[in-house]
Design a protein around this ligand. Structure first.
Ligand SMILES: [Zn+2]
Length: 174
């Protein structure tokens, strides 16, 4: 699993996994009525759930930062990655925990103003092991290079002018 490999490379001391098999993407739901404009990979209220779990961990460990990796392009598609959502979520979390208030917990989005291309360039400059990253929406041992995540990855690496270490030689960048 890419998350385990990249966390190990970064020296993460306490990496926890929570299983949530009941969460569904739009593509798996019986009805998509009322979800207009959202991609099939959208998971209803995903970020309220994920950051609630992160806040529980922050409360337990007295952490003062929860770091979110959303970029500017995410906010154009998913309302639950934008300024409004994070502003109110942070307020709600702080209102619910004296311990979080005492530790001045902040939801931090360092990539929030950057495009995916800028994120790839920054990652390369910082020496991020890009060969350990995962963008595909499908499970497996290799990227499919056809899904929305794979297509966005190819475009971002191409426009950053950085060769993707995971790109098979026979597949051309889009
Ligand atoms: Zn894919």
């Amino acid at each position: 699993m890419a998350a385990r490999r990249i966390a190990a490379a970064a020296g993460v001391a306490d990496h926890r996994f929570v299983s949530m098999p009941q969460l569904m993407e739009l593509s798996d739901m019986k009805s998509r009525k009322g979800f207009g404009g959202l991609p099939p990979t959208y998971i209803p209220m995903k970020n309220a759930i994920y950051y609630g779990l992160a806040a529980a961990y922050a409360e337990e460990t007295r952490s003062s930062r929860i770091v979110a990796g959303h970029n500017r392009e995410d906010t154009m598609v998913f309302e639950d990655t934008g300024d409004e959502f994070f502003l109110h979520l942070e307020k709600a979390l702080l209102a619910g925990s004296q311990r979080l208030r005492r530790n001045r917990m902040k939801l931090w989005r360092p990539l929030g103003e950057m495009s995916k291309t800028e994120v790839v360039s920054l990652a390369e400059r910082l020496g991020v092991p890009l060969e350990l990253t995962w963008s595909c929406h499908l499970e497996g041992t290799e990227h499919c290079w056809r899904c929305q995540g794979c297509v966005a990855r190819q475009k971002s690496f191409a426009s950053a002018g950085i060769p993707d270490p995971l790109m098979p030689k026979k597949t051309k960048n889009v």
